[in-house]
Design a protein around this ligand. Structure first.
Ligand code: PEP
Ligand code: MN
Length: 356
């Protein structure tokens, strides 16, 4: 449930309500973003998690300082990421971006579209040029895989630690924060060693709860990719494992699901951008490469994602796709192609969700 207090309620009265809720075994989270025009008009709202019953709602509703008690309808109402008012931003720090002269990037809640672009699998020859190209074309973050989850054990599995090292070196040159996928709890220390800025968890690990817990504990921003064979309810619950570690820096990534169509790699789930933005308060990213699975579809799917209100778009790029170690067929390869695409996505996003 959500509790809204009367404006101007003294802190002690609010604390007394919170103490009662905690006595009942609920968790309470103050919603810091609910601000009015001035501090005096501030709207005080608490989010309450747990097995809330009617009798609790009635009892709290009778307290003098409580203006209203709002039950959260439908989907897992006790999940931390379920929307209870405004939507949250996640700050993507860029401690390494001195060359780029960039400050932190913010994603979500009406901020401009954030683009994450890079090579699917890090390689020694082309990653620097590809990540530079992405930055020159307007990307905000570089996404590169050092550990690759492959369907076949005979396929290239990523450069692993060497890949992380390369990513860190390339970051120092290019200056954008990096996103990289972690496959296994045993690799957490390595990701910390190379100070990966955003930890990605992939669709195949969407219900690897131990991994989600450990990744959550790092406190780093986490790009959680929905499970390609999971219901949305299952994916939302799984993503909550990250937030339950006290980590609010969760970004929810849609990337298509296993479908019955045959023309693309995955069946798109663009409609979820709209449904989820009403349901959850975390930034929503759409992966236009792994959903579409082909280069020729990337622009149009990105158009739809941006117009639908995605907070970010993730895509594969590679300056020499035929040399790409993984997924070259879906990579955008030139700045001439990528820059207008990104500019258009930003415009479309701005048209439907004016920044402010
Ligand atoms: C990827 O982003 O490179 C990837 C493997 O994605 P997913 O987990 O969505 O398949
Ligand atoms: Mn890929």
């Amino acid at each position: 449930m959500i509790i809204q207090y009367f404006t101007g309620t003294p802190d002690e009265e609010i604390e007394a309500v919170r103490a009662k809720l905690r006595d009942w075994g609920f968790r309470v989270r103050f919603n810091p973003g609910e601000l009015g025009a001035s501090p005096e008009e501030r709207i005080q709202v608490d989010n309450v998690f747990g097995n809330v019953k009617d009798e609790h709602r009635v009892s709290i509703g009778e307290v003098d300082c409580v203006k209203q008690v709002i039950p959260v309808e439908g989907v897992p109402q006790n999940l931390s990421l379920v929307r209870r008012g405004h939507r949250h931003t996640v700050t993507l720090p860029n401690p390494h971006g001195m060359k780029a002269g960039q400050g932190p990037v913010e994603i979500g809640a009406g901020r401009p579209l954030v683009v994450m672009a890079g090579v699917c699998a890090v390689d020694a020859e082309y990653t620097l040029a590809s990540h530079r190209m992405a930055k020159d074309a307007g990307a905000d973050l570089n996404r590169g895989g050092a550990f690759k989850p492959r369907t076949s054990p005979y396929d290239f599995q990523g450069l692993k630690e060497d890949g992380l090292k390369l990513l860190a070196e390339v970051r120092a040159e290019v200056g954008l924060p990096i996103v990289s996928e972690i496959l296994d709890v045993r690799d957490i220390d390595l990701f910390m060693k190379y100070d990966v800025d955003v930890l990605q968890t992939g669709t195949r690990n969407a219900q690897n709860f131990e991994l989600l817990i450990e990744v959550g504990r790092t406190g780093k921003p986490v790009l959680y990719k929905r499970g390609f064979s999971n219901t949305m309810d299952e994916s939302l619950k799984a993503a909550n494992y990250v937030m339950e570690q006290g980590n609010d820096n969760l970004i929810f990534c849609l990337r298509g699901v296993k479908g019955i169509g045959h023309s693309f790699r995955n069946q798109g789930d663009l409609d979820e951008i709209v449904s989820l933005s009403h349901l959850i308060d975390r930034p929503i990213v759409y992966d236009v490469s792994h959903s579409a699975g082909r280069k020729s579809a990337v622009r149009a799917i990105g158009d739809m994602a941006a117009a639908g209100g995605a907070d970010g778009i993730l895509l594969d790029v590679h300056v020499s796709p035929r040399h790409a170690l993984v997924d070259g067929f879906q990579a955008i390869d030139t700045e001439a192609e990528l820059a207008p695409m990104i500019a258009r996505w930003r415009q479309l996003r701005e048209l439907t969700q004016p920044v402010g």
